[in-house]
Design a binder for this molecule. Structure first.
Ligand code: SF4
Ligand code: SF4
Length: 469
């Protein structure tokens, strides 16, 4: 069964951590009572423990899937885990801004004090979303980041400025979404037409199994309505061919949206696979939209022509499947997440010579893969279930594109001479042009098909493996 999925790639080297995406999302969707603490889109700093604290550690929260007796089981089925509390996210606060205008004239500067947004009492702020960036909390929390596994972290924690990068996060609209499976009310569902995972507010009774089961902690409980809520991939915009608010407003132009076609029949088989193969197999489940057999089957399965056309131009298809430069976040959770990340090279710089100048030798201008500041193993733990080869493959291609254009612009080589570096890295001249256009210039960052009619919705019947409660 061929299905269409709308999905996203984020290119991490381009994220400047400005939080415009988070703020525009909040102003659009969660700027109301009960959701003060909730950021459907948040931006975290890595290394770090994120929002809510230590969300990646499933020994604490029990999210995602495990394989037991060759069957996929929700981790929360097997043992009791704890629910994230508001303090794990943060106690939402604002400031008494009005006092800046109403205070009597005094000698000191007027101040706006922080107050708890829920109790409206003064608050001593202890934590917030992306606290580790604002207060450089790495020395306190850095050792709890699970992505150090297999890395000699002490050296990085001692010299804590060696590397950092931003990690923006939204719901991944997973192919094998445990939030859907965990809901006894069948409130969550995956849309037939584009795979966006939604939560029906009429059905929800606030049991919060979805909050626990999502290993990315991207379902939030609204304490005012008593129901859960989550990112809706801005579907009212998507339906009219427009990008999500976070994509539209992204200052770094890091976000790309496109359609991919995939083979729904293989979801369970792939989600159960050996951990080291998860990225490779997730690529396999994405189908080639240029293959006539795939297109014929897609038509038979009711995928609209506009989606098939969009799949052929999709930046997500190219970056994840064709070029293999994008990777899924924590594939070992076995959710088949459909938001992908191009890992950071950060920073692309060679060593300085004794006088503090860049080395003049061409061969030293761009770093070698093993000399990059971010340990490959760290990135592999975050984006490839520990498989370093997947990360190396991506970084090698990103470096090859830079080297190709450098050889032309600086060394004045012609395109075919410079093109050797592309061939060595399984890329073509056309790939290089398209990558440059998308990644460097940031053109055509979204290819989104509009639609005329809604497809039939079978609530609770899609979204991966179902289990009986
Ligand atoms: Fe989104 Fe996947 Fe979490 Fe469900 S399990 S809320 S689809 S990230
Ligand atoms: Fe990063 Fe874009 Fe968000 Fe700014 S708006 S933090 S650049 S993802």
């Amino acid at each position: 069964m061929v299905r269409a999925q709308i999905s996203m790639v984020m290119v991490l080297d381009k994220c400047i951590g400005c939080h415009t995406c988070s703020v525009t999302c909040k102003n659009t969707w969660t700027n109301r009572e009960g959701m003060e603490y909730a950021w459907w889109n948040d931006v975290e700093t890595k290394p770090g423990i994120g929002y809510p604290k230590q969300w990646e550690n499933q020994e604490i929260y029990g999210g995602g899937w495990v394989v037991k007796d060759n069957k996929l089981r929700l981790r929360i089925e097997l043992k009791e885990y704890r629910m994230p509390k508001m303090d794990d996210y943060y106690t939402p606060f604002t400031y008494t801004y009005e006092e800046l205008f109403t205070q009597e004239i005094v000698d000191q500067q007027p101040t706006a004090e922080p107050i708890n947004m829920i109790t409206e009492e003064p608050i001593d702020i202890q934590w917030g979303p992306n606290w580790e960036d604002d207060l450089a909390g790495l020395n306190e929390t850095g050792s709890l980041d699970p992505n150090w596994n297999g890395v000699d972290k002490e050296i990085y924690l001692r010299y804590k400025d060696v590397f950092m990068f931003y990690l923006p996060r939204i719901c991944n609209h997973c192919l094998n979404a445990p939030c859907i499976t965990a809901c006894p009310r069948k409130s969550l569902y995956k849309r037939e037409e584009d795979g966006i995972v939604l939560l029906d507010q009429e059905r929800c009774r606030g049991y919060r199994y979805c909050v626990q089961a999502c290993p990315y902690k991207k379902v939030y409980y609204n304490w005012k309505t008593g129901k859960s809520e989550k990112c809706i991939f801005c579907y009212p915009l998507i339906e009219t061919g427009q990008p999500t608010v976070c994509t539209w407003s992204c200052v770094g132009k890091i976000r790309y949206i496109g359609v991919v076609l995939y083979d729904e029949n293989r979801v369970e088989e792939i989600a159960k696979a050996d951990v080291k193969d998860l990225v490779k197999l997730q690529r396999e489940i994405i189908l080639d939209p240029f293959n006539p057999d795939v297109v014929n089957q897609a038509r038979k399965d009711g995928v609209p022509e506009t989606f098939i056309k969009a799949a052929k131009e999709s930046p997500v298809y190219y970056m994840f499947k064709k070029w293999e430069i994008a990777l899924p976040i924590h594939p070992e959770f076995r959710t088949l997440p459909m938001v992908f990340y191009v890992p950071p090279l950060n920073p692309v710089i060679t060593t300085l010579d004794e006088k503090g100048l860049l080395s003049a030798s061409y061969s030293d201008i761009l770093p070698k893969i093993d000399e990059l500041r971010i340990p490959i193993k760290y990135l592999a733990n975050l984006f490839a279930a520990g498989n370093e080869e997947e990360v190396k493959k991506s970084l090698r291609k990103l470096l090859a594109i830079r080297e190709f254009f450098r050889l032309i612009e600086v060394e004045k080589l012609n395109r075919s001479e410079a093109g050797k570096v592309l061939i060595d890295n399984d890329l073509t001249l056309e790939d290089a042009e398209l990558m440059y256009r998308w990644l460097a210039l940031g053109r055509e960052r979204w290819i989104i098909p509009t639609r005329k009619t809604e497809l039939t919705l079978k609530i609770g019947e899609r979204g991966g493996v179902r289990i009986k409660w």
